[in-house]
Design a binder for this molecule. Structure first.
Ligand SMILES: NC(=O)c1ccc[n+]([C@@H]2O[C@H](COP(=O)([O-])OP(=O)(O)OC[C@H]3O[C@@H](n4cnc5c(N)ncnc54)[C@H](OP(=O)(O)O)[C@@H]3O)[C@@H](O)[C@H]2O)c1
Length: 304
């Protein structure tokens, strides 16, 4: 090896077709010191020309083979059963993907000494007393939330190098997935549809690229443990919607306030929630954008 040869970091992205996964792929695919492999459950990959293997995280043999063959330095787990309400009735499936999946990744990471970066959620908290720091005591309200907390516990007892990044209300540019909250608001208001938005759920919405930044800081610094990754501003979903409407100059009279309870959703939601990011800012150098900056970025990239 000559001195100009690069030692490439081998990064496996699990759940690569998802809203977060595809943005992680876009970020790492342009770095020439990274050898990247994408995997997800679908037979097709949204990016042409990049290395992709189909695998089901809840199939122990399948996912372990993918990991053993690639031998990653880092495994980024962006795969999950993310339908919060459906998790109440599809309990077995949600458990298999969110908990057993994390267990199978951990088993392989232990054998290969890979560092597992796992994405979790503020839903591990009950929303009585947010925003939350990394040291607050979880108390999940619904089944999805319970599977996410259980997945964290899997990592904690695994003996591997792991990082749990908790995040909330992801939004941003993910061209090949379902519309994120911002695009949904913009599309609905432009189509003159009325939308009902809860004013009693408080969070700090997280721009997907800020979470990608948090993931990459973790990779660069090889930091382990739990970190909160969220946005700069804490506000209700209704106020977030008003900011979006103001920024894009849309008709705010189409937005009406509603209480979470009136939606009668199968899964309970944490209300006073959100994640304090001081630890990530001081230990990882994490620096989130402001909401206005992110809307500007989305406007330019998506042509909104
Ligand atoms: N979105 C949010 O607001 C939010 C908030 C807090 C935390 N999080 C966490 O952030 C992470 C990423 O979320 P996201 O919003 O990007 O979710 P997403 O868009 O639903 O992406 C999840 C990906 O995982 C794939 N997947 C599902 N089952 C799988 C399996 N058995 N094997 C392999 N892949 C499988 C999904 O495929 P299919 O689509 O085909 O099922 C999808 O491509 C998750 O851990 C989630 O819990 C998200």
């Amino acid at each position: 090896m000559t001195s100009i040869d690069l030692i490439k970091r081998r990064i496996l992205v699990v759940g690569a077709n998802g809203m977060l996964g595809q943005r992680v792929i876009e970020f790492y695919s342009v770095l020439n010191d990274v050898e990247l492999l994408a995997t997800s459950v679908e037979d097709k990959f949204v990016f042409e020309g990049l290395e992709y293997v189909q695998s089901d995280i809840s199939n122990r043999t399948e996912i372990k083979k993918v990991i053993k063959d690639f031998c990653p330095d880092f495994i980024i787990n962006a795969a999950a059963f993310t339908n919060v309400d459906l998790s109440e009735t599809e309990r077995e499936l949600a458990w298999k993907i969110n908990v057993k999946g994390a267990e199978y990744l951990s088993e392989s990471a232990r054998v290969l000494d890979s560092h597992l970066i796992h994405i979790s959620t503020d839903y591990v908290f009950d929303g009585k007393n947010g925003p939350y720091s990394e040291n607050d005591i979880p108390n999940p309200l619904g089944y999805y939330a319970r599977t996410k907390l259980a997945s964290e516990n899997v990592l904690k007892i695994s003996g591997i190098k792991y990082t749990i990044l908790r995040t909330n209300v992801l939004y941003g540019t993910a061209k090949y997935s379902r519309p994120d909250f911002v695009k949904w608001v913009v599309d609905s208001l432009r189509a003159k549809k009325t939308i009902r938005i809860v004013d009693d759920q408080i969070n700090n919405p997280t721009f997907i690229d800020d979470l990608v930044q948090g993931i990459n800081k973790t990779v660069e610094l090889r930091k382990e443990g739990i970190y909160n990754i969220g946005g700069n501003e804490f506000l209700s979903r209704f106020d977030f919607t008003i900011m979006i409407a103001d920024f894009f100059n849309l008709d705010k009279s189409l937005i009406s306030k509603i209480k979470t309870e009136a939606l009668n959703q199968p899964a309970r939601r944490p209300l006073k929630s959100g994640l304090i990011t001081i630890k990530a800012q001081s230990e990882l150098g994490y620096k989130p954008h402001t909401i206005i900056q992110t809307l500007e970025l989305m406007k330019n990239e998506l042509g909104l």
